[in-house]
Design a protein around this ligand. Structure first.
Ligand code: ATP
Ligand code: MG
Length: 497
């Protein structure tokens, strides 16, 4: 049985290989049992009553030890997925290679995983050493060993309120240290995503990275190129919605992980205007996350890539394309260049395109144009995005102010605003950035990033085939750049984009 250790031996060097856990009682670890979700307790107690071992594991234990309410609870058990499934009414076995069980209570989903064995030397790997399959069950000690960091490898039993710590995680929690389990190079090689995870946890938890855990990252960063794009995207999304996105990006830079890893970061973080825009966008995302609000991934990625789109948009216009088609060509190209490393899901891609495509429409404030735009399904996201452009100094603040007034006005006030815009002050203007002017304001739109997930429809056709006013002569004269197609890729005018 599990041997109880007394607290004074907690001073023993951490991350040592261990088959025997340190066991801490309630008084020693200080977890507040009221922070443990009732559904997690239901799952562990049901499994235990059926004769199995069951623990809350991973990030939830780490967060409980830090006094933070976990956002989700994972359970680890020695029951097989089939055995788990039989015990719950709404339980689904997920995954073909390594099966886990999703147990549902209403909207709440708990992931139940059978203890996994460590990756063996003969586990299938790619040519760079990345483990492709390690789907064997194992003991709890082996399960702990295959986890990433010592602070993520602890098990909490709600019934006894004991924490089982195999790798000195408690000590590292207290010292605010991130330490990889095992030999760092080998663990990063097995799964390069761990390099992104260490950065995310360091920034999110404000922990320092232990020296030997940090050291190999600079050299091994290129291994992330071999990770399937969808996984990199998932991890990036976690990073950007961690509530510490800005800190995470700074840490990525510090560890040399932004180069080549994510084309967007290379571009964005190396131009002052782009940095300002992204900083404002991420800052408001972080505030939303901290306030428990939803974040729209489409808005987030639209912001990250905007300055890349802007650059290409201007290049296409300089090559003779008209603003709206030029913007679509730029959007296509940017989205396509990202998919190689970052599999942006279709729904997110279409949200991004909608937000971008709305931008030139904000400049048309005459006639019915502003009313039509107001009815757009994603108006709010597009408008928040416009305010962000104003705040970053890319376009004049006056445009954002006009739209705020129009958005909030009653019918008669709206008519007045439209007529004043049509008659002079507010007439269609070129973006300030193109004229080398910048309106300086650090104000961030209050509701930027509001989840614009109102539906899948979009007015996209309207953007492609804008109403005749103001555009008709343009369309007649339109010159397409060579190979310019809406769905085409790599079609920027040579040397300009
Ligand atoms: P978060 O609070 O962001 O969810 P988390 O630690 O719970 O953090 P998850 O991605 O939910 O992160 O993973 C759950 C647990 O699975 C981790 O705590 C860790 O023990 C283990 N784990 C996840 N990803 C890896 C990995 N790439 N390599 C090894 N272990 C991993
Ligand atoms: Mg988790």
């Amino acid at each position: 049985m599990i041997k109880k250790f007394i607290r004074k031996i907690l001073g023993v060097k951490s991350a040592r290989p261990s088959n025997e856990p340190v066991v801490l009682g309630a008084k020693d670890h200080g977890i507040d049992p009221r922070m443990v979700s009732n559904n997690a307790i239901r799952v562990t107690s049901t499994l235990q009553e059926a004769g199995y071992e069951a623990f809350v594991v991973g990030g939830a234990v780490r967060d409980l030890l830090l006094g933070v309410k976990p956002k989700d609870f994972d359970v680890a058990t020695n029951a097989t997925p089939e055995q788990v499934k039989r015990l719950f009414r709404r339980a689904f076995i997920i995954g073909r290679r390594f099966q886990i069980v999703h147990v549902m209570f209403g909207q709440d989903l708990l992931e139940v995983t059978t203890f996994r064995g460590t990756a063996t030397d003969n586990a299938p790997k790619d040519e760079h050493g990345r483990v492709l399959r390690d789907n064997t069950f194992g003991s709890q000690a082996e399960d702990a060993e295959r986890r990433d960091f010592t602070i993520n490898a602890m098990y909490y039993n709600p019934a006894t309120q004991e924490v089982l710590d195999y790798h000195g995680g408690i000590e590292d929690i207290r010292a605010k240290t991130l330490r990889i389990i095992g030999q760092p190079e080998a663990r990063y090689r097995e799964d390069p995503v761990r390099m992104l995870r260490v950065v995310r946890f360091a920034a999110k938890l404000k922990f320092s990275i232990e020296r030997s855990t940090a050291e190999p990252i600079g050299v091994m960063a290129p291994l992330i190129d071999n990770v399937p794009a969808a996984r990199v995207f998932d991890e990036m999304l976690k990073l950007l919605t961690s509530g510490q996105a800005l800190a995470c990006l700074q840490q990525l830079r510090k560890e040399g992980l932004h180069h080549g890893l994510l084309p967007m970061l290379d571009v964005v973080l190396e131009q002052p205007m782009g940095t300002k825009f992204v900083t404002l966008a991420l800052d408001s995302t972080d505030k939303r996350v901290m306030a428990g609000k939803t974040v729209s991934p489409g808005f987030l990625f639209a912001s990250l890539l905007w300055h890349q789109v802007l650059e290409k948009w201007q290049a296409y216009q300089a090559a003779g394309e008209f603003p709206i088609p030029a913007l679509h060509l730029a959007a296509d190209e940017v989205l396509e260049s990202q998919t190689e490393k970052l599999a942006i899901q279709r729904k997110i891609g279409s949200d991004m395109r909608d937000i971008w495509a709305m931008q030139p429409r904000f400049e048309r404030r005459n006639g019915k144009n502003p009313y039509k735009l107001l009815e757009h399904l994603r108006f709010r996201a597009g408008y928040d995005f416009l305010l962000l452009r104003c705040a970053s100094g890319e376009i004049e603040r006056e445009l954002g102010d006009w739209w705020t007034a129009f958005y909030e006005a009653d019918e008669s006030m709206r008519a007045e605003l439209v007529s004043s815009a049509s008659s002079g002050a507010g007439k269609k203007k070129k973006p300030a950035a193109r004229r080398g002017r910048a309106a300086a304001s650090d104000e961030v739109p209050a509701d930027a990033h509001a989840d614009a997930d109102e539906g899948d429809e979009s007015d996209d056709d309207e953007f492609l085939n804008p109403p005749p006013e103001g555009e008709a002569p343009a369309r007649k004269r339109r010159r397409r750049p060579r190979r310019g197609r809406r769905s085409g890729g790599g079609n920027a005018p040579a040397g300009e984009a």
